[in-house]
Design a protein around this ligand. Structure first.
Ligand code: AHG
Ligand code: MN
Ligand code: MN
Length: 343
């Protein structure tokens, strides 16, 4: 029998590597794994229960909130709110920082999460996900506050995502590599299936972007994608195109195959669409731990000092050489020729 390593065992073994660890971070990761099992149970029968469709409300971003968005938000909140590990919580589905209920002890970490990523794909059975980011409490406040959430991605102590796809996988890092676990529904356990994930080199030449927005892009962004497609005649090996429309699924493929995922700024969304704190930063931490990179087109995502909970950022994520190529094209707004020869 192959050595079966459950996520619980892996987390404990990871924790042993940090003598000062108190188990609080491990407990958060356990609870998120439990919540993921409860979410996937609803996702897998979404067509049979009243979990599809919209709630008729809109969230802080003015987006229609879907029943599964709220279900996932509640399941994760209730899994982590009572254990004494967290000082506060931030969710895509809540405008403000959420306090830990007063009847529960406050802890030394802040959790930020996107409970259900790829909502537009829920009703058509396309992969969706959950993304989370964990920071250490830094404020003097007794029970946590916005300051504990507005930290640069470089200070994350852990980050991860769940992808609800043909199988359900939980991928996380605590800064000691990236590890992937596949849910075995027959025993209800996440089992280690991808130890120490590294973005492959050479990477597959896959470009993942919604080029339906082409007309709204900057000249540099257009030249970049034209170059990747071979349209500018300066790329002997044009990229193939893959775009699922769920960040978690597009990122998961990029992590395992290589390539680049882009959600650029455009004339309609000058800061792009994706949120820094609970989409870009956690995935940039994972990308960096796997040998890749996350950028806003100019700087490393992990260096950005957040100023608001739901702030958006342009996002370039994946194989380091492709993210750096994108940065060169975006920087050389006026000298496309000089850049095109170097890719
Ligand atoms: P969410 O469902 O959490 O709001 O995220 C949706 C995001 C992300 O998953 C995906 O990459 C992007 O929306 C797709 O946006 P477009 O449909 O504009 O391409
Ligand atoms: Mn999302
Ligand atoms: Mn979401």
């Amino acid at each position: 029998m192959t050595s079966v390593i459950t996520i619980e065992r892996h987390i404990i073994e990871q924790e042993r590597r940090f003598p000062a660890a108190t188990g609080a971070l491990s407990n958060i990761l356990y609870e998120i794994a439990l919540a993921a099992k409860m979410i996937v149970r609803e996702v897998n029968k979404a067509g049979l229960v009243d979990i599809l469709g919209e709630t008729g409300t809109t969230n802080v971003h003015g987006e229609a909130v879907r029943k599964l968005d709220l279900y996932a938000h509640d399941v994760i909140f209730k899994a982590v709110d009572h254990g004494g590990m967290l000082c506060c919580i931030a969710s895509e589905e809540e405008e403000d920082v959420i306090q830990i209920p007063s009847q529960f002890p406050s802890g030394k970490y802040a959790l930020l999460y996107d409970p259900l990523d790829g909502s537009s794909n829920i009703d058509v059975n396309v992969s969706i996900g959950t993304i989370f980011s964990i920071h250490r409490k830094i404020s003097e406040q007794p029970r946590g506050c916005l300051e504990d959430c507005l930290q640069p991605g470089s200070r994350q102590v852990a980050a991860g995502y769940v992808v609800y796809g043909s199988s359900t996988m939980l991928v996380y890092t605590t800064g000691a590599g990236v590890h992937g676990f596949t849910l075995d529904p027959s025993i209800g356990e996440f089992l280690l299936s991808h130890e120490d994930i590294r973005i492959p080199t050479p990477p597959q030449r896959i470009c993942s972007v919604n080029d339906g927005h082409y007309s709204r892009w900057s000249p540099g962004q257009r030249r970049l994608v034209d170059h990747m497609k071979g349209i500018d005649g300066a790329n002997p090996a044009p990229f193939s195109s893959r775009y699922i429309g769920s960040l978690v699924a597009d990122f998961h493929r990029t992590l395992l195959y290589g390539g680049i995922f882009m959600y650029p700024a455009d004339s309609k969304s000058p800061q792009g669409k994706l949120r820094l704190l609970y989409e870009a930063a956690p995935l940039a931490f994972i990308a960096a731990q796997a040998g890749g990179r996350g950028s806003d087109g100019q700087q490393d995502i992990l260096d950005i000092q957040p100023t608001s909970l739901h702030q958006r950022t342009p996002l370039y994520l994946g194989s380091r050489e492709f993210v750096e190529l994108a940065e060169r094209f975006l920087a050389a707004e006026g000298e496309p020729e000089a850049v095109a020869q170097t890719s």
